[in-house]
Ligand binder design. Structure first.
Ligand code: GLY
Ligand code: MN
Ligand code: MN
Length: 453
């Protein structure tokens, strides 16, 4: 789960901040358990999933409710047991196996905070837990022996939602991890940029990204989106074309790294020797920075999203892509043809982190604006929330064709749009840690520390 190097200052910061992080996880879990009527919590890391009719398994990803306790992303069928008032107990599944390498006994800055047991199978795990679990809750995958363990509830929604809600505000330890995930991601992006400049294929650019991060593909928080030319218009483009394209126009790369279970989510767009597309990227970069400058505790994310549409309308107008003003472009739905996704989301142990719509820890939902079904965050920002800021403009044939003949289409400057189709689109995405008066831009800081922009 770690990159190729771990600078001494990082090791020291992790050492210092993990204890308080765990204390805070214990305290909030104790409050949630008390509110929901449970005496303890058993959290499962997840089970391996096997390929249909084969004995191989898919790449394992530990569940986020487990990773919030311990930075162990690669230990299936392990558990954390927590009972308020006692140290958390970690049961690491370490089978006797000569087909695979069993996990090493855990090591590192966090281990001394746990009562660690190495268990060979489910029976050994059960034996390392209290005799009765009748008042305890369980979060994780089902498995054959689980009913016989006698837990009070399996994946109880009220408890899970309470624990999700508080994950939005990060502890200082989590911010250390997210900064490092950004540092690794920025290294990957710089390597990818160089591969693009050298004429690399999408696949070659991804390989450069992985090498730059020092991570395997399965260690990334999501599959990189590496889109050359018009493929930038496919929002979650999943192909990694191995052949170099006949002509090189642009690269949209949305790729993040992971550190200790925490994700970065970074997008950059580059023009290859086209001044007008280059100017549009610069304009979008300024727009993105203006949106970042408006982020601080207390701001309703739905307002940030609306402002993004207004600013996008201005960019479209300035670039002569549309013929009406920004207000009209927003009111008629025109900006949504060019920007059909949300302006950002919570980020943490999952790239699209949980709890984005919750009205309170007890429940209730904050609705999305009617025109924005893809917005993933509707909460008011609080200090130490980590969010992405990812405005974009795309030339998506399907969405453009849908409005071509109607009143919205009459406001589009079609020859200008046609001229940009070969570039696909632009997205610029940074990760922001919210403060009382503004935000820390984890991504730009990471690029700057590497001597880049
Ligand atoms: N990488 C997916 C997203 O930006 O939300
Ligand atoms: Mn994102
Ligand atoms: Mn992204």
């Amino acid at each position: 789960m770690q990159g190729v190097d771990c600078p001494p200052a990082l090791t020291a910061a992790l050492e210092e901040s993990f204890g308080p992080h765990l204390k805070s996880v214990c305290e909030r879990t104790a409050r949630a358990l008390a509110a929901c009527g449970y005496s303890g919590l058993l959290v499962h890391s997840g089970s391996l999933v096997t390929v249909f009719e084969d004995d191989r398994s898919y790449a394992f990803e530990a569940h986020a409710p487990f990773k919030v306790w311990a930075p162990l992303g690669d230990v299936p069928d392990s558990f954390v047991w927590f009972e308020p008032g006692s140290s958390p107990r970690l049961l690491v599944h370490r089978p006797a196996d000569y087909w695979h390498k069993p996990p090493d006994p855990p090591q590192g800055y966090w281990v001394r905070h746990f009562d660690v047991h190495l268990v060979g199978d489910y029976a050994a795990a059960r034996a390392a837990l209290p005799r009765s679990l009748a008042q305890a809750a369980y979060i994780g995958d089902g498995f054959a022996q689980l009913p016989a363990w006698g837990l009070k509830a399996v994946n109880p929604p009220a408890l899970m939602r309470r624990l999700d809600y508080v994950r939005a505000a990060k502890t200082p330890y989590e911010l250390v991890c997210l900064r490092e995930a950004n540092r690794l991601g920025a290294r990957g992006h710089l390597a990818a940029r160089e591969a693009f400049a050298g004429g690399g294929s999408e696949f070659e650019i991804e390989l450069a990204f992985l090498r730059g991060c020092g991570l395997r593909e399965q260690e990334l928080p999501y599959n990189p989106i590496v889109a050359l030319n018009a493929w930038g218009a496919v929002l979650h483009y999943q192909v990694l074309e191995k052949a170099r394209p006949a002509a090189r126009h642009s690269l949209l790369i949305d790729a993040g790294a992971e550190f200790a279970g925490y994700a970065s989510d970074i997008t950059r767009t580059y023009s290859h020797e086209d001044a007008s597309f280059g100017r549009l990227i610069e304009r979008m970069d300024r727009l993105q920075q203006a949106l970042c400058a408006g982020v601080r505790a207390g701001v309703d994310w739905r307002d940030v999203h609306l402002r993004a549409h207004l600013l996008t309308g201005e960019v479209l107008r300035d670039a002569d892509l549309i013929s009406c003003g920004a207000d009209e472009a927003v009111a008629t739905g025109l900006t949504r043809v060019f920007l059909p996704h949300g302006i950002g989301h919570l980020l943490g142990l999952e790239v699209h982190d949980v709890g984005g719509f919750m009205a309170s820890a007890e429940g209730g939902e904050l609705p999305r604006p009617q025109l924005d079904p893809y917005l993933r965050l509707t909460r008011r920002l609080e200090e130490r929330f980590v969010v992405t800021m990812e405005p974009g403009i795309y030339f998506i044939p399907q969405l453009l064709d849908a409005v071509r003949a109607g009143p919205v289409g009459r406001r589009i400057n079609w020859p200008c749009v046609e001229g940009f189709m070969k570039f696909g689109g632009i997205r610029i995405e940074d990760d922001l840690a919210v403060t009382a008066t503004g935000c820390e831009n984890l991504t730009r800081d990471a690029f700057r520390a590497l001597g880049a922009t």
